[in-house]
Design a protein around this ligand. Structure first.
Ligand code: DGL
Length: 281
């Protein structure tokens, strides 16, 4: 009995693994810090292989397998995919392969959007749009809702290059959002975790009447429920997040400073099946 109690206590203090291709997952981390401040987080940005949004489903599945296998070695108690592209293309498969709870963004986001409106626009990476995952998930919740999706390949590179204030970013955003405005959407899903970083840009031209849905909120709510159910909630206080990337730690640290308020210490990992973007033909 005492042994079981100790085991549960040591498991509950284990970190939650959170991953994305880059700084997009910081928008999920922000929600985690808000809703579950006692959890210790292990954050991985697969920056050597971003953007994921232009990758094939096979590549994305392999990257996700690499990351979760590494996170398991680090002793995580749960994995949160802070990446819609991974959630859309690999969630069901890796849930069957790894003995750890793994949560994705699509269903929590779809449920929140279907509650919020009837004419839903989805902006996401080309890979997420091609998977049709959001469209299907929203219709499963409410078949009367109408959905429009737009792939936005330029957003992630612009954000990772720290070009939020560049006038080009505003022009690109207006072009991507134009068909959704023409369709008179009442709700907009940020279908990529990088996109909430664009909120100041969207504010310049998106009507306030359009409800924004950041799936991170509902994902973290779902994670909190799951941790409660599994008796895995942490009671620790003030656990610092540990950051790792597969690319350049300094570059990530400098970029992350903008949202974290400080430049974090960042470690480096490398994955056996590393395929950098430049090698992809
Ligand atoms: N932030 C990720 C997502 O939510 C991945 C973006 C990318 O690397 O293209 O889809």
């Amino acid at each position: 009995m005492a042994f079981q109690h100790e085991l549960a206590a040591s498991l509950s203090s284990a970190p939650i693994g959170v991953f994305d291709s880059g700084v997009g997952g910081l928008t999920v981390l922000r929600e985690l810090n808000r809703q579950l401040p006692n959890e210790s987080i292990l954050y991985l940005g697969d920056t050597a292989r971003l953007p994921y949004g232009d990758r094939t489903p096979e590549e994305i599945l392999q990257f996700v397998r690499d990351i979760i296998a590494w996170m398991m070695e680090q002793g995580v108690k749960m994995v949160m995919m802070a990446c819609n592209t991974s959630s859309a293309l690999a969630l069901e498969q890796v849930q069957q392969e790894f003995p750890v709870p793994i949560l994705g963004l699509i269903y929590p986001g779809a449920r929140a959007a279907a509650k919020a409106g009837k004419r839903i626009g989805v902006i996401a990476t080309p890979a997420t749009v091609a998977s049709n995952a959001y469209h299907q998930a929203i219709l499963e919740v409410d078949a009367t809702v109408r959905v429009w999706q737009v792939g936005c390949p330029q957003f992630v590179p612009l954000i990772e290059q720290n070009r939020l204030q560049d006038p080009v970013t505003l022009d690109v955003a207006k072009t991507y959002l134009q068909p959704l405005l023409a369709a008179q959407i009442d709700t907009l899903i940020y279908g990529c975790t990088h996109y909430p970083h664009l909120e100041p840009v969207f504010q310049k031209f998106l009507p306030v009447s359009i409800r924004r849905v950041d799936p991170a909120r509902s994902l973290v709510k779902a994670a909190a429920k799951e941790l409660e159910l599994l008796n895995l909630k942490s009671n620790l206080i003030g656990q610092p997040t540990r950051f790792f990337v597969s690319g350049c730690p300094d570059q990530f640290s400098q970029l992350a400073k903008r949202w974290l308020g400080h430049a974090p210490n960042v470690g480096q990992v490398s994955f056996a099946s590393a395929v950098t973007q430049s090698e992809v033909i």
